[in-house]
Design a protein around this ligand. Structure first.
Ligand code: EPZ
Length: 429
């Protein structure tokens, strides 16, 4: 199994290109199930999760062609995918596939909307909490599907197609909103999704569905009004920049006291994260090309942060902030309100010298003068990258085991960081 070796203590300086967002690319790829025409996606990041989803969609009959670079395209622009589901050959998403990636559960809504039936295994994904799917199932029931559970599978049926309907989510869920939105776009009637997640990736998918022929009002708000199209067509859509990758590199720059331009980053996608960084004393400048992050010699102020659905501080940035606050001049309170088990990085950060006390959903981080290198274990995607941040700031050598988690969500991370001066390399097993 690959490992990552970091010799910490070097300032990051230069430019880091920001890739297309994983959490938009995945549902956008799934949206290809909604039409027999070709959906072209640009700026798709090269990630293990994207490859895995390509395989899963292939099982359902989606033909995926990956186009080469066009003249004039930037060196760092992402891949172009042409996805064509001319015919759906299988409406079953088996356990072996769905258990490896939670987002693949989101094929449920599109499949039942297009084919009138679907059988999808209950999901897996990062072990960050119990992660039920009740909201997905209830939403599809509201749109006219009959749902049963059998042998670890969800069976969804709508023989005459989905009718559309009113969904009022009791809790904000990104995945359930994606599932419901995609299904509603192809349903025959009108749908309203109340208390919808407002994450920018939902807006990106909604914009793509509009290009495919759906009528959607309220994009970017918590109430989505969808006039189902009955049939959708092909479209061309570029995946929006990854706000979590952006925030992660911003924290890495802050932790090492560097000066980096995050090229192609969009500040409007991560205001809450930039606000926290400013409070911590990090210099943030919005430029025409992206976001410049700098910390030149100044100390880091502690912060108090609670994770919240968008536009609040994202749970996907909690681990990275904890690594950064380990170096602050004082004590930070970080409360995780979205996933009850998303603190697995705490004991690994402690190996590097971080001082963190856990009390239920609250982590109290007492800043230390410096971290020191150690052997650590990556436990989930964002936890892994928090160890990279800590390792970059630590004195000496850090070895991160189980880095396959990182490859699920960070494109060419060693290359992007080493170009900015980091001493980081992959040790292949
Ligand atoms: C998405 O997961 C993201 N995944 C996660 O990113 C992210 O952490 C999460 O949203 C929150 O922002 C992708 O976009 C692929 P949720 P999702 O449904 O959709 C509860 C990463 O690192 N819930 O918004 O699975 C759930 O347990 C990943 O890139 C129910 O109770 O998250 C949680 O407490 C990890 N019932 C809360 O809602 C349900 O039916 C929010 O989860 C569904 C969810």
């Amino acid at each position: 199994m690959d490992r990552i070796r970091i010799i910490g203590g070097t300032r990051l300086e230069g430019t880091i290109p920001i890739s297309g967002a994983k959490n938009a690319a995945l549902p956008l790829m799934i949206a290809s199930l909604l039409t027999s025409e070709t959906l072209t996606l640009e700026n798709v990041p090269q990630l293990a999760d994207v490859v895995q989803l390509g395989r899963i969609l292939g099982n359902h009959g989606v033909d995926l062609a990956i186009a080469g670079k066009r003249p004039g395209q930037a060196v760092n622009s992402g891949q172009t995918f042409r996805l064509t589901a001319a015919e759906i050959v299988d409406t079953v998403a088996p356990y072996e596939m769905v258990s490896r990636m939670r987002a693949s559960f989101w094929v449920l809504g599109p499949l039942v909307a297009r084919m009138g039936e679907a059988k999808v295994s209950l999901p897996g994904g990062c072990a960050i909490g119990t992660r039920p799917v009740d909201l997905h199932l209830e939403a599809l029931r509201c749109l006219g599907a009959e749902i049963d559970l059998e042998g670890g599978y969800v069976l969804a049926k709508a023989p005459g197609g989905l009718t559309g309907g009113r969904i009022d989510f009791p809790k904000v869920s990104v995945g359930a909103t994606h599932n419901a939105l995609m299904a509603a776009a192809l349903a025959r009637g009108e749908s309203v999704i109340g208390n919808a997640a407002r994450e920018p990736e939902i807006g990106d998918v909604a914009e793509c569905l509009v290009k495919m022929g759906a009528k959607i009002e309220g994009i970017g708000t918590s109430t989505l009004l969808i006039q189902g199209a009955g049939e959708l067509k092909g479209a061309v859509h570029a995946v929006l920049p990854d706000r979590i990758e952006t925030g992660t590199y911003a924290m890495a720059v802050a932790a090492t006291g560097g000066d980096v331009l995050l090229d192609n980053a969009r500040a409007d996608l991560l205001e809450s994260v930039l606000d926290v960084l400013r409070t911590a004393g990090v210099e943030i400048t919005i430029t025409n090309h992206g976001i410049r992050v700098a910390r030149n010699g100044a100390g880091l102020n502690p912060v108090s942060v609670e994770t919240q659905p968008f536009p609040g501080f994202p749970t996907d940035m909690q681990a990275q902030l904890m690594a950064l606050m380990s170096l602050a001049d004082g004590t930070s309170d970080i409360r995780e309100t979205i996933f009850e088990n998303r603190f697995m990085h705490v004991q690994e950060l402690a190996r590097l010298g971080a001082e963190i006390d856990l009390d239920g959903d609250l982590a109290r981080v007492s800043g230390v003068k410096g971290l020191h290198g150690a052997q650590v274990m990556a436990t989930d995607l964002r936890a892994s990258v928090s160890l990279v941040i800590a390792g970059l700031a630590a004195e000496g050598e850090t070895i991160i085991n189980r880095v396959y988690h990182l490859d699920r969500g960070f494109e060419r991370i060693e290359e992007k960081l080493s170009r900015c001066g980091a001493q980081i390399e992959r040790l292949s097993a």
